[in-house]
Ligand binder design. Sequence first.
Ligand SMILES: [Zn+2]
Length: 417
Amino acid sequence: MNNNWSVSAIGRRLTERCDALAVFSESTDALTRVYLSKQHRAAHQQVAQWMIGAGMRIWHDAVGNVCGRYEGVRAGAPALLLGSHLDTVRNAGKYDGMLGVITAIELVARLHENNQRLPFAIEVVGFADEEGTRFGSTLLGSRGLTGQWQDDWLKLCDVNGVSLAQALEQFGLPVSAISRAARSAQDFIGYLEVHIEQGPQLEAAQLAVGVVTAINGAKRLNFTINGQAGHAGTVPMAQRQDALVAASELVLAIETIARARNVVATVGQISCKPGAVNVICAQVHMSLDIRAADDRQRDQALTDILARAAQISEKRRVQISEACFYQSDATPCDVTLQHYLQSACDKVQGQSLSLASGAGHDAMAIAQLCPVGMLFVRCAGGISHHPGEAVLSDDLGLAFLVLDDAVRQLAESPISG
Ligand SMILES: [Zn+2]
């Protein structure tokens, strides 16, 4: 193997590029890059430069994704799509999303360097929004590409009251042209995404990479709890309709039910009004995120939670209402793509491990268009969505070799059926 192909050389190069992208951030002390921001534009320009350097033709699509194409033996052939997202949560790590885009560009760069063409084209995409940090709705970039974009999202507003429609226009993306981002199923033979695991399983197994079997389904709801404000000094405890105490009971019930039903459920946002030290809380807004590998299991847990909410509402004389604002069903990964990734893992790291993804990914949206596969990379302590996110440079090198091998297997024997 030539030196350029050594695990450490590849790992170093991928690490350097993740570091370079982390500079495009709202603030210097924490990495935050949200959809349709100045930093979005700057990061995408950098990625486009790397794509051009790798011999790709590039464009920015109508919802702000950055795309590159490297033709196969026959120009205009359907493409294998590779990529991930370039946006981040607030105070993020450097690898979530970016790693998948950078690894994909590196793969094309090496084909280009060796003047190699495959039986299919390769397209690399850096999705502009996966996390939903700015407008609260996730996968805006990938759902733009698959034609699943919904016009009612345009009314969603960020914390400053800027609507998605306004933000798109300000970014130079006319709302009337959004549908042009949609691609068709005939354009792609499949999609592969490299992503950090964001969990502890690979580390526990002492493996650099693992193959994803399915992405768990999720639902997100907002609860509103209406009680009665009152003087903190004069209203006796027994006569209170305290919305925050009711919310607290519901949060604990959610934890108990999630454990019993073997799902994961999280209340990550809560706010209360009027929010004064000497006033009984009149209203609470709180979120719920609930996920499982099996949609029925998730929905059973949610039914239990809503039944418990009704009991709490009656007991505490508060009104509890809820609205589901996000739903994704579990997404199985393609069996052939899993097989190619597994056999590549066997070659590169001596064994293969299969695992389900607890986090959502762009592959969920792309599965509407074509077969999808995902490769997970070990991250330290399973920590993600946090500046402490860390990977071993050599693990990135191994992930690259696995991806490269899987793509070459695909070139020899495409997905059938
Ligand atoms: Zn991600």
